[in-house]
Design a protein around this ligand. Structure first.
Ligand code: PLP
Length: 768
C-alpha cells in the first residue's frame, strides 16, 4: 500500500524541478562563494540572485534578507539582536517580551533562552488567544506600552489560522510604535500574500523545507535599521551570519518561490479538496470535531479531533493504512496534548485528540480522491473492530469469566468489569466519558450498575451523566449514594472469616463483594470480584481498592474526610479477605504500573508491611509523614528498581536470543485494530518463527487480565517480550510485569525487531 504523506506543515518533499536545479548546482556551482576566482564568483552570484528574487517576492530590499540554516535560527537571530542591543545600551528599563500563545515553540524557547543568557530578566508574557486563534486585543493593548518585542505568527502551523496582522498593527500604532515586531511567516509563504513593508514588520522568518525546497535554508527579513547582531562570528552574510553559505539549499529556496509564482492559480482548488477530505472523514467519524473551521485559514490544513480517541491512537489507526498524519503534540508521552488547541480553549478532549492533516499546495484532484478512498477503508475496518473486547481475539481473557478493562487518564483509572454480555462501571471520571461510552456501546454491553469506591474529593465524577446516557439495569432508586444496590433482589450474602458481606450476584457463580474500607475517605469501600458458591468465597480475582491501596503507595489520608486509624484497619481487613495473587486494581496509577497483587505489595510497600507486622504506631506516624511530603512519596519504599522502564528496553540481538528460547511470549500491546491490520507483524511472526500460541495481542486496556493470566499460567522466569511501534509505550507494560516478579520482561520497538529480519534469508519481499 503506497504511503500517503499528509504532514506538509512539518516538512515537504523536494519538488522535482528544484531537485534538478540543486543537483546541477552541486556539480557546477560547488565552489566557496567567498573565493575570489571565477568559480567562487558564480556561487556568490547565485546567492545574490536568490537574495534579490526573495526580496522581490516579499517586497523587501535585498540588503534586508539574511540567509540562515532554518527559520528557528532566523527567529533566534531576531530575538537575540533585539535583546543584545538593550544589553549593550545598558538600558535599565524593565521591558516586557510578548508572544502569542499559539506561536511555534521555538519562539518562546528563544525568548526565554536569550533573556536568561543576556541576564536581562525581562518579563515574558504569553498573550492569550480566543477560540478563533486570534490574539485577544484588549490584553495585547494592555501589555504593549511596556513591551520591547512582540512575536505574532502569520499563519499557525497546527491550525492554518491566518493571524489578523492588520488589527495588531493598529494596536501597535496606538499603544507602542517602537515595539520590535517579529512575524514568523514560515507557514504563510506561498499560501498568502503579506505586505511586510506596509505593515511595518520589523522581522519576519521563512523556511525552505516548508515550500518544497531542501532543509538547511531559512531566511530572516530584517527591516532596515532594526537591530542585527551576529550570534556567531565570521565573514559571510555581511558578518551577520557566519559560515559558508549552503548554496544548493539557497538556490532551492529561490527556485521554490519561482515555481509558486508560476502556479499562483493553484490555491483556487485547495478549499474544494479540503472539503472533500472533511466529508470523507465525517463518514468514518460522524462525531468528528473540526478544530479549524474558520474562513481565515490557509486551505491546506485540517485539524480535527474525534471524541473517544487520543491523537496517538488516531495516528496509529491512520498509520496502518499508510496515511501519515501528525498530532498537535509530542506523542512520546502517554498523555499529551496540543498546546495550540489548548490555548484556543477548545477543551481538553479536543486538545488531547488533535490530529493535523496538512497537504501540499501542489495537491491535485487524483491525490485527494485516492486519500478519500483510503479514509473510507479505515471506516470499514473500524466497524469490524468496534468490538474491541472479544474473547475470540484475546484468548487470555478466557481465563477470567469477569475480565476487567482499565481506562486511564493522567494517572486516574476508571474500570469496567465484564460478565457475559453485561458490565459494571467503577469510578467513571468525566475525562474518560467518551472512552467508557464507546466501549460499552460498541461492545453492546448492558450496564448492570455504575459504582464508586468513594465519594469524590478533588475531581469530577461522571456517574449521573453516564447513567443518563446508558440504560442501567439497576434503577437509580435501588442504589445508595456510591451506586451500590440496596434492593435485596440483586444481592446475596457472602461469609468470609465469620463476617457477612453484601455481594452483587453475577452470572456463573461470579460475585462482586462490597467491603467497607474507610481511610482515604470516610465513605471508601472496596469491591472484590470473586467466585463464590452457597454464600462461601471460593477465589478472589480482582480487588478494586479505590484510593486506599495504590501501587507501591497508599492514597493520601489527610483530607478532612480521611481517617488514618481506619485506613490501618481497612488494610488489615483486605489483607485477610483476598488471595495473595488477587489483582489489585486501584483508582490512581500515576506511574502507569497498571495493576499489582497483594503478594507484591506486601514486599514493595513498606506501609502495608507495617500492617502485616501489626506495627500500628509506625504505620500511623509514617503515613502522616508521607502525606506531608506527598509529591515525593512515589517510589520511596522500593528496595530495588530493576523494573524501571529504562532498564526494560532491549536490543534486537537480545530479542533474537529470547525468540530462540523455548519458553517465551511475544506480546503486541497495540490496539486490536492495529494489530489485526498490520501485515508486517503477521509476516514477522512467520519469519522469526514465533509460534502462534506464543504470540499475543494485549492492548493496554486488557493488561490487568493478562497479569492474572500470566500469574496463574507461567513461572516467573518466563520470557515476556512486549512490543509496540516505538517500544516506548510497551516498556511501561514490561516494567509493570517485572514488578510482579516476571524478571525476564522486556520491551522492544517493532521497527527494531523488524530490522533483525533483514539478515534472515529471502525475507525482503514483505518490506518492499
Ligand atoms: N515557525 C513555524 C510556524 C513552523 O511551522 C516551523 C517549523 O515547523 C518553524 C517556525 C521552524 O522552522 P525550521 O524547521 O526551519 O526551523
Amino acid at each position: 500500500m503506497q504511503e500517503i504523506y499528509l504532514d506538509y506543515n512539518a516538512s515537504t518533499p523536494v519538488h522535482p524541478e528544484i531537485l534538478q536545479d540543486i543537483l546541477y548546482s552541486m556539480h557546477t556551482i560547488f565552489a566557496n562563494p567567498s573565493s575570489q576566482h571565477k568559480s567562487g564568483k558564480s556561487a556568490s552570484l547565485a546567492i545574490t540572485n536568490a537574495r534579490c528574487n526573495i526580496a522581490r517576492y516579499i517586497s523587501a530590499d535585498a540588503n534586508e534578507i539574511i540567509f540562515t540554516s532554518s527559520a528557528t535560527e532566523a527567529i533566534n537571530l531576531a530575538i537575540y539582536s533585539v535583546l543584545y542591543q538593550q544589553k549593550i545600551l545598558n538600558n535599565k528599563k524593565k521591558y516586557k517580551l510578548l508572544y502569542a500563545a499559539t506561536e511555534h515553540k521555538c519562539v518562546s524557547n528563544a525568548l526565554n533562552h536569550w533573556n536568561k543568557i543576556l541576564q536581562l530578566d525581562y518579563e515574558i508574557v504569553e498573550l492569550p488567544v480566543n477560540e478563533d486563534g486570534q490574539v485577544i486585543l484588549d490584553i495585547l493593548q494592555e501589555e504593549l506600552p511596556l513591551a520591547l518585542m512582540l512575536c505574532t505568527m502569520a499563519v499557525n502551523n497546527e491550525t492554518g489560522i491566518i493571524t489578523n496582522l492588520k488589527v495588531i498593527k493598529d494596536s501597535i500604532n496606538k499603544h507602542n510604535k517602537d515595539v520590535f515586531w517579529l512575524v514568523d511567516s514560515v507557514q504563510a509563504l506561498g499560501k498568502i500574500d503579506i505586505d511586510f513593508k506596509g505593515l511595518g514588520v520589523s522581522y519576519a522568518s521563512f523556511s525552505g523545507h516548508k515550500i518544497h525546497a531542501p532543509k538547511g535554508c531559512g531566511v530572516l527579513y530584517v527591516k532596515n535599521k532594526n537591530p542585527l547582531f551576529p550570534m556567531f562570528c565570521g565573514e559571510q552574510e555581511n558578518k551577520y551570519r557566519a559560515g559558508t553559505e549552503n548554496v544548493p539549499a539557497i538556490i532551492g529556496f529561490d527556485k521554490a518561490l519561482m515555481i509558486i509564482e508560476k502556479n499562483k492559480h493553484l490555491p483556487k482548488n485547495l478549499f474544494k479538496y479540503r472539503n472533500m477530505i472533511i466529508n470523507s472523514l465525517t463518514k468514518v467519524f460522524p462525531n468528528i470535531q473540526i478544530n479549524n473551521n474558520y474562513h481565515t485559514i490557509v486551505p491546506t490544513v485540517i485539524n480535527f479531533s474525534v471524541p473517544g480517541f487520543l491523537s496517538k491512537e488516531l495516528i496509529n489507526i491512520f498509520g496502518i493504512f499508510n496515511i501519515r498524519v501528525a498530532a498537535g503534540s509530542a506523542c512520546g508521552a502517554l498523555n499529551s496534548k496540543s498546546y495550540v488547541i489548548d490555548a484556543m480553549n477548545l477543551g481538553q478532549q479536543r486538545a488531547e485528540g488533535a490530529i493535523r492533516m496538512s497537504f501540499s499546495i501542489f495537491a491535485n484532484y487524483n491525490n485527494i480522491m485516492q486519500l478519500c478512498k483510503r479514509i473510507a477503508l479505515i471506516g470499514r475496518e473500524l466497524n469490524n473492530y468496534k468490538k474491541i473486547y472479544e474473547t475470540k481475539r484475546h484468548q487470555y481473557l478466557l481465563h477470567n469469566q469477569t475480565p476487567v478493562i482499565r481506562f486511564n487518564y493522567n494517572g486516574i483509572n476508571s474500570w469496567i468489569i465484564i460478565n457475559n454480555e453485561q458490565c459494571i462501571v467503577i469510578d467513571p471520571i468525566v475525562e474518560l466519558k467518551d472512552k467508557l461510552l464507546n466501549f460499552i456501546t460498541n461492545n453492546q454491553l448492558k450496564t448492570i450498575a455504575i459504582m464508586n469506591t468513594h465519594g469524590y474529593v478533588d475531581y469530577i465524577n461522571y456517574t449521573q451523566d453516564l447513567r443518563n446516557k446508558l440504560e442501567v439495569i439497576i434503577d437509580s432508586d435501588d442504589v445508595d449514594i456510591l451506586g451500590w444496590p440496596i434492593n435485596e433482589k440483586y444481592l446475596c450474602n457472602i461469609n468470609i472469616e465469620g463476617m457477612q458481606y453484601s455481594a452483587l450476584l453475577l452470572a456463573q457463580d461470579n460475585v462482586i463483594i462490597k467491603v467497607p474500607t474507610p481511610g482515604y475517605t470516610n465513605d471508601s469501600v472496596s469491591f472484590i470480584v470473586a467466585k463464590a458458591r452457597d454464600g462461601v468465597l471460593l477465589e478472589s480475582q480482582f480487588v478494586f481498592t479505590g484510593g486506599n491501596i495504590l501501587i507501591e503507595d497508599l492514597g493520601r489520608a489527610n483530607f478532612k474526610i480521611s481517617n488514618v486509624n481506619k485506613l490501618y484497619e481497612s488494610i488489615e481487613n483486605i489483607l485477610k479477605l483476598v488471595d495473595n495473587n488477587c489483582i489489585i486494581c486501584p483508582t490512581y496509577d500515576c506511574k502507569n504500573l497498571f495493576a499489582t497483587t497483594m503478594k507484591v505489595e506486601q514486599k514493595a510497600n513498606s506501609l502495608i508491611a507495617n500492617v502485616l507486622l501489626k506495627q500500628q504506631d509506625i504505620f500511623l506516624s509514617r503515613t502522616k509523614e508521607v502525606d506531608l511530603f506527598s509529591e515525593e512519596r512515589y517510589f520511596q519504599e522500593i528496595a530495588t528498581k530493576v523494573y524501571e522502564p529504562k532498564n526494560c528496553i532491549i536490543s534486537n540481538v537480545d530479542a533474537k536470543d529470547i525468540i530462540n528460547k523455548e519458553k517465551y511470549l511475544l506480546i503486541d500491546t497495540r490496539e486490536a485494530i492495529i494489530h489485526a491490520n498490520d501485515v508486517k507483524i503477521k509476516q514477522l511472526s512467520k519469519i522469526i518463527g514465533v509460534n502462534k500460541n506464543s504470540f499475543f495481542n494485549v492492548p493496554f486496556i486488557h493488561i490487568a487480565n493478562f497479569m492474572s493470566y500470566c500469574i496463574n499460567s507461567f513461572d516467573t522466569n518466563m520470557h515476556l517480550l512486549f512490543i509496540c511501534n516505538s517500544g516506548l509505550t510497551s516498556v511501561y507494560v514490561a516494567s509493570a510485569f517485572r514488578r510482579l516478579g516476571f524478571i525476564n520482561s522486556n520491551s522492544i520497538s517493532l521497527e527494531i525487531l523488524e530490522e533483525f529480519n533483514s539478515d534472515a534469508e529471502n525475507n525482503y519481499e514483505i518490506y518492499v
